[in-house]
Design a protein around this ligand. Structure first.
Ligand code: ATP
Ligand code: MG
Length: 441
């Protein structure tokens, strides 16, 4: 094959045979979000570049190195969303949702775009499940958001995940801390990477998040924010930890978590797993009390998280976890000849009208090849339609799993036979289950 184009590096195709895994994950996250009162928000895939510069922060890796930014034909600078929070909060503000009952609880399942070096679990187009809780200042909100993340992972069955939490304080405590960082990192000016050198004056906290091995090593000895928290932030953090203990959620305090986005304040957290290759975070989030104001809105203490769905999928596959099986076709009709093909079309239509999935030949294959195809797509039942069947007005409905056949009257007997056969199968399954149960007890 000599394709004129292949997929762009760092992007993934989800093929029909794999889509059910995504459906299962998406359904589970949406249902869990609903248990906590979250409703879906959908925002555009692109936004004005300033939105991300202001919210994510113009000294972050995301803004400095990773954004897909371009000028549209009108000369406006546009960016493909690198994350979901900025767009969601922009929409909440723009539509005045904060005038209704607070907090606003919104979740999204969305694609994100970052120009990164592709590797396992790190893509240029990836997908996030995210939640945003806008207008919730209490520490109970921090705990609730963390519990939601934990519950999603639990419901999917993902094990081996550690919750790490930290507090990075508010602008008040940040001032003293920033000064301490500046004086610490100033001693290493010669060794810091160029990006971090430029961050030293503007935003030294960002150096703590640098991925370069040298900067990482230097950062390991830096002062930690927990020693600089103001009383209010300290109290808030203690309360969050208290709620987590009450809820029976294990965590470790990791004073080195600072998160890669500028808008965070107070609580930050990550769910990490060492089965993810070079990266470890499957879900990350925190509080962003200043973001709404930064974007020109009112003061709205808020928080949220984002979960990388490719990483969720990767963990589920590594841990051999079950996905809800995709539905298989109910009936495959194998017609032999023109007249039978017309009849097959009609029969398919009547089955579909009753909610059964029905397929027939679209490729001009012989009978043997058609039956092979029916087995391959795992059709539950198959029906052969030839001249004999048409003249006699009767055909055999074959159960593909057992080989059992029932004779049906054409055309009206088919739908009821499929109904009956389905009920019989359900009944047999139930009997099987009961028998197993009897044997166990
Ligand atoms: P990392 O440390 O892995 O670069 P991050 O701090 O940049 O992550 P966030 O911006 O907090 O990540 O995004 C939240 C989640 O989205 C991450 O925990 C991860 O699961 C997922 N994620 C982030 N970047 C990517 C990517 N390039 N490919 C796939 N998933 C990603
Ligand atoms: Mg990153």
């Amino acid at each position: 094959m000599d394709l004129i184009a292949t997929a762009i590096k760092g992007t993934n195709d989800v093929l029909p045979s794999e889509a059910y895994k995504w459906h299962y994950i998406e359904k589970t996250v949406a249902q869990t979000a609903a248990l906590f009162g979250f409703q879906e928000i959908r925002t555009p895939v692109f936004e004005k570049t300033e939105l991300f510069e202001r919210s994510v922060g113009d000294t972050t890796d995301v803004v400095q190195k990773e954004m897909y930014t371009f000028n549209d034909k009108g000369g406006r600078s546009i960016t493909l969303r690198p994350e979901g929070t900025a767009g969601a909060v922009r929409a909440v503000l723009e539509h005045g949702l904060f005038n209704d009952a607070l907090p606003v609880r919104a979740y999204y399942i969305t694609s994100c775009y970052r120009y990164e070096k592709p590797q396992a679990g790190r893509l240029r187009e990836f997908h996030q499940f995210g939640v945003e809780c806008v207008g919730a200042p209490l520490p109970a909100a921090d705990a609730e958001i963390i519990l939601l993340g934990r519950m999603v992972l639990d419901r999917l069955g993902i094990g081996n995940v550690t919750l790490q939490i930290n507090s990075i304080g508010c602008p008040k405590c940040r001032a003293n801390y920033t000064a301490a960082l500046k004086s610490y990192f100033s001693a290493y000016k010669e060794q810091l990477c160029d990006t971090c050198l430029s961050r030293l004056d503007r935003n030294p906290m960002r150096i703590l998040d640098c991925k370069s091995p040298v900067c990482k090593e230097i950062a390991a000895g830096a002062p930690v924010i927990l020693d600089y928290l103001c009383d209010e932030c300290k109290e808030h953090f203690e309360a969050v930890k208290g709620y987590l203990q009450v809820a029976g959620v294990d965590y470790i305090v990791n004073p080195h978590i600072v998160r890669g986005l500028d808008y965070y304040t107070k609580t930050v957290f990550e769910f990490t797993c060492d089965q993810l290759g070079a990266q470890t975070a499957v879900c990350a989030g925190g509080r962003y009390d200043g973001l709404a104001e930064e974007l020109g809105g009112p003061h709205l203490p808020s928080l949220g998280f984002a979960m990388g769905l490719e990483r969720v999928l990767m963990l589920m596959e590594k841990q051999n976890l079950p996905f809800e099986e995709p539905a298989v076709p109910d009936v495959y009709i194998a017609p032999m000849g023109e007249a039978a093909a017309e009849q097959a079309m009609k029969l398919c239509a009547s089955l579909r009208a009753e909610g059964f999935s029905a397929l027939t030949d679209l490729s001009g294959r012989g009978l043997k090849a058609q039956m092979k195809y029916a087995a391959k797509i795992r059709a539950k039942y198959a029906l052969v339609l030839g001249d004999n069947e048409l003249t006699q007005g009767k055909a055999n409905l074959k159960n593909m799993a057992t080989g059992a056949q029932v004779e049906i009257e054409l055309p009206h007997g088919l739908v009821s036979a499929v109904y009956d056969a389905n009920i019989q199968t359900a009944f047999d399954d139930l009997n099987d289950t009961l028998e197993k149960f009897d044997k166990q007890s």
